[in-house]
Design a protein around this ligand. Sequence first.
Ligand SMILES: *Cc1c(COP(=O)(O)O)cnc(C)c1O
Length: 437
Amino acid sequence: MQIIHGKTKNEWLKEVPVLQEVLERKESYWIHSKDSAFNADNANILPAKKRLMRFAPYFAHKFPETNKNNGMIESPLIRVHQMQAHLEQDEGISIPGRLFLKCDHALPVSGSVKARGGIYEVVKHAEALAIQSGLLTIHDDYRKIDSPLFRSFYSKYTIAVGSTGNLGLSIGLIGRTLGFHVDVHMSAEAKQWKKDLLRKKGVNVIEHPSDYSEAVKLGRLTAANSAHCHFIDDEKSTDLFFGYATAASRLKKQLLEKQILIDESNPLYVYLPCGVGGAPGGIAYGLKQAFGRHVHIIFAEPIESPCFMLGMATQLYSRVSVQDFGLSNRTAADGLAVGRPSELSSMYMAGCLDACYTISDNRLYRYLADLIDTEGIYAEPSAQAGFYGPILTSLNNHVPETATHIVWSTGGNMVPPDIREDDYSRGKQERMNIQKN
Ligand SMILES: *Cc1c(COP(=O)(O)O)cnc(C)c1O
């Protein structure tokens, strides 16, 4: 009999009933009984907010698309009426409340959620190096960083990262802009166009035939052996995590601008696509800090890569991989193709996460085409995972009409036109297939 982390499969199924569906590769929904005493600490987030403010003049100067937000790398929050109506009709249910899309597919600089944590960690490192060497003080105008002096200074240092694609893209773009050498260790899922684009920007792309965890491990090892190299650790970095967390207070402001107040009788539901858990975890941590128990956090993962749900439900956290339970970690959602959850994020999410669900690749593609047809918005397959959330939440909970739902879109603006077209065709095909059945 096969033993998985000390138990037989049947013992696991008895202890964690949701595994039945998960292991049959069915779309499934799991409610987490979380640690209710949890309090997110603003002291973790505030330094990141302040540091990003210091860099704002540099961003505004270097990336004109951030000008309208005064150098904040931020995305719009928009109401998606048509998509909500479509989802309701598609499922034959009603979704009480209003549906919004948080457009991180349109974040400036790198077109994905990784422009939050990834860029934050790089600029934090860059600031520390420059202050140590006497080139910069925190009272300076950071536009001075855009100079041959600074670029030549940073060219003596390397930044390395392991990635399924988008983190590498963010780190590579900001790293090269500052003048760093950048090594990106790419896993097998990483799309060719992402590697091509990075190489064009002068990034050293190292391709690994293995999956994401292996790419991270190899990157970590190579970096440990070289002085002057900073490794950005997607599985363990608190800088990445709290960089993501800065999203929440900005979102709160956007909601207020729309005169949406979140409280006891006006709850907020946020649906976040989850890979290793860093981006959704960091954002969730910030949201808990901003909205307390009035926000409900729901993570979405592909049916072959539900590493976060598996880690939380079995309480094995980062000790478990989807492969341990016989799942393949193969999905078209490259940003979510992660077999093992982040230890750091798992620890924090024990007190934040309300539910997790899994979603099929077919459904991701259907939503991709639907979002184009209803709202005229392209987002990559990974970024569609949140759209199943309002449906599952409405079916499994009592959701009041006063609720606000936010689907967090996570990537897409850098995807080349030919790939967008292929994605759309597949989505339309999946729609037709489902109508035939
Ligand atoms: C990275 C990524 C995610 C998930 O972030 P994790 O930190 O890996 O959980 C979701 N969507 C897209 C498009 C991504 O690139």
